[in-house]
Design a protein around this ligand. Structure first.
Ligand code: ASP
Length: 424
């Protein structure tokens, strides 16, 4: 299947899944009917779960191999440190922009005014680990354990060290680095194979999600729900579009069009981690970011860059403060910008974690963590939407960094079908 056909099929599968799921929900609102038992929790659920499992299967090998390749390419040109600093700075900057936008818009819309707290359910917050433990945990003591547990930051550190060591090991290192590049090709081929069945997987996921989704919660939380969606859209239209237009120098709409399959994966899986193989493939072969940059910037972004999550946390903080009638003041807002940036760094790219790390932000500004119970009912749909922003944010920053390093291939970007081989 060619690329534009595949994109079209994925988008059609999404819409068809949404339509069928919503129809089932409408026909059988209870969760005990025949369609629910045999199809939603049966056939479609199995299809969706197998699809996600296969995507996740690719994450550790892909991140490892592409980072080793990326690091060994980069450490050869002495620019590695600078690229690292640029990447992290851009990730933090775009996330801070996202929260500022969220706080600004939420203070205009006031989504939490007039909320009745009596109707809420309870939420048990988990304790977040102390900062010292978080820092120590970045460094792996056992790479095999890190891979088995899917601890991405540890895998990243190990792969980076190995990549640098390869460059410094002369001929043997070079041989290994070449065979890693071959492995990379093979794993990418696996990603492409999986993408061929993606329309089916996306369809199953969408049917299951929308058949089970509680729409009544949305009407109760209309203000909050649409405020988050609005800010997600604004961040897309303003921050990313300006960066793409003026820093990368490409047409943002063409960029978004190339990213459509990635967005569909992000939306239907609600996981930037599971979407990572598709993000990497698309950024290299359809956008034109060279492997040396994408191999490092994209896996890191899928782990630490969560603009959409930060937006939800910004709006949620204002919403909860208003619902509890607490004025957090200017210092409170500055604290939210700081902690939500850090919280989104610490949010794993899996469904629903943003809501857990929100506890960190609320605690820092003295708001009750139980406030999370107010918004839990509509979080699934918002999780899906913010994951789209999370993954597009990774691709945008990768393009900015690539452009500044002269590692952005305009020819690939302008070619409708992309390139079959990513350039180093
Ligand atoms: N689901 C989000 C992601 O994977 C994280 C979150 O906000 O919960 O990107």
């Amino acid at each position: 299947m060619d690329r534009s056909k595949l994109t079209r099929s994925i988008v059609i599968a999404m819409i068809a899944g949404f339509a069928l799921g919503s129809t089932i929900h409408w026909l059988e609102p209870s969760s005990e009917g025949v369609i629910e038992t045999y199809f939603v929790s049966g056939l479609f659920d199995i299809g969706g779960q197998v699809f996600i499992a296969t995507l996740k299967l690719l994450v550790v090998p892909l991140v490892f191999v592409s980072l080793v390749c990326g690091a060994s390419n980069l450490s050869g040109n002495q620019n590695m440190g600078l690229i690292g600093i640029k990447t992290v700075a851009m990730y933090l900057l775009t996330t801070a922009m996202a929260i500022i936008l969220a706080l600004g818009v939420a203070n205009v819309i006031n989504p939490g005014l007039g909320i009745n707290l009596a109707e809420t359910s309870s939420f048990a917050a988990k304790d977040s680990p102390p900062l010292t433990e978080v820092i120590v945990n970045i460094f792996p003591s056992n790479p095999v354990k890190a891979m088995a547990e899917g601890n991405m930051l540890q895998v990243i550190v190990f792969a980076l060290l190995l990549g640098v060591a390869m460059t410094r090991s002369g001929k043997h290192g070079q041989d290994l680095s070449q065979s890693m590049a071959r492995w990379n090709e093979v794993i990418m081929q696996l990603v492409l194979m999986l993408m061929q069945v993606a329309p089916l997987g996306v369809f199953c996921l969408m049917v299951t999600l929308f058949a089970k989704l509680g729409y009544s919660a949305i009407s109760d939380l209309m203000g909050y729900f649409f405020c988050v969606l609005l800010v997600l859209l604004l961040h897309f239209m303003i921050t990313y579009s300006l960066l793409l237009r003026f820093v990368v120098g490409v047409n943002p709409f063409t960029f978004y069009q190339r990213m459509l399959p990635v967005m569909a994966f992000g939306f239907s899986t609600a996981s930037s981690g599971a979407t990572l193989p598709v993000t990497l493939e698309t950024v290299e072969r359809r956008i034109g970011v060279k492997k040396s940059v994408s191999g490092f910037v994209i896996p890191l972004g899928a782990t630490i860059n969560m603009d959409g999550t930060a937006i939800m946390q910004g709006v949620a903080t204002v919403f909860i403060a208003q619902a509890y009638n607490v004025d957090i003041g200017l210092m409170g807002y500055l604290m939210v910008i700081l902690t939500a940036t850090l919280a989104s760094v610490g949010t794993a790219g899996v469904p629903g974690v943003g809501l857990i790390t929100l506890a960190l932000v609320l605690t820092q500004v003295g708001l009750p963590v139980e406030g999370i119970a107010l918004i839990i009912g509509v979080d699934r749909l918002l999780d899906m939407s913010r994951t789209v922003v999370n993954v597009v944010g990774d691709a945008t920053v990768a393009s900015v960094v690539a452009r500044s390093e002269e590692a952005f291939d305009l020819e690939t970007f302008n070619n409708e079908e992309g390139s079959s081989l990513a350039k180093v």
